[in-house]
Ligand binder design. Sequence first.
Ligand code: SF4
Ligand code: SF4
Ligand code: SF4
Length: 222
Amino acid sequence: MDPKNKNSIIQKPCSRRTFLKGAAVGLASLALPAGNADASVWEAFFQKHFKEMNDDEIQSVIKRLQKEYADNYGVNFNIKNTKPLEGTLFGYGLDLSRCIGCRRCVYACVKENNQSMQPQIHWITVLRFKKGEKYVSNLEESEAYYAPKEVPEEGHFYMPTQCQQCENPPCVKVCPTQATWKERDGIVVVDYNWCIGCRYCMAACPYGARHFNWGSPQRAKQ
Ligand code: SF4
Ligand code: SF4
Ligand code: SF4
């Protein structure tokens, strides 16, 4: 099977702890050079413990999750199993010269993706910079929590930062469980059920685009 296809279910009971232990034992016993070991060891492990789900099984899982979430949060969730589009490569474009720092993209993203309001987690952060050569390329001189009466402000420019859907994503390279991967149509995705919360991807992402919420999700105030 394709180890990157996360439409997989566990054939035998296997906790995440066992999963990692098994992988570690496999790595140790094969004693391959680290750079070459990963792919073959992971493939062998996946072939032994997992199988690809068929469409009926996928639909059944989606139905179960929708009910579970509706019961837990009192909201109707609509889960889709959208496949990568063949012959399509998505890209991302942003014209910084037109950004006025209003943060409406942040609010829209929070609403669309039902992001946490407590604690607040935003998948887009708009950075404010002072105009001038010294500050243009220095992210540490930017401000994420500016609060002016109105925008744009004289002497400043703005840069929204979010996932850039990197062509060669560092977050994917460091993920030990392949919980994050790049689809054929260019979209970088995360399977939350496979994620073990190690935050390697958070450290690897140069755009600060990975966020973690360790609390229970809270509904956005209407
Ligand atoms: S912050 Fe910039 S990119 Fe975001 S909505 Fe405002 S103008 Fe558009
Ligand atoms: S999370 Fe970061 S590293 Fe990964 S694709 Fe997005 S911007 Fe790139
Ligand atoms: S935290 Fe990031 S690197 Fe770690 S398992 Fe989850 S997606 Fe992968």
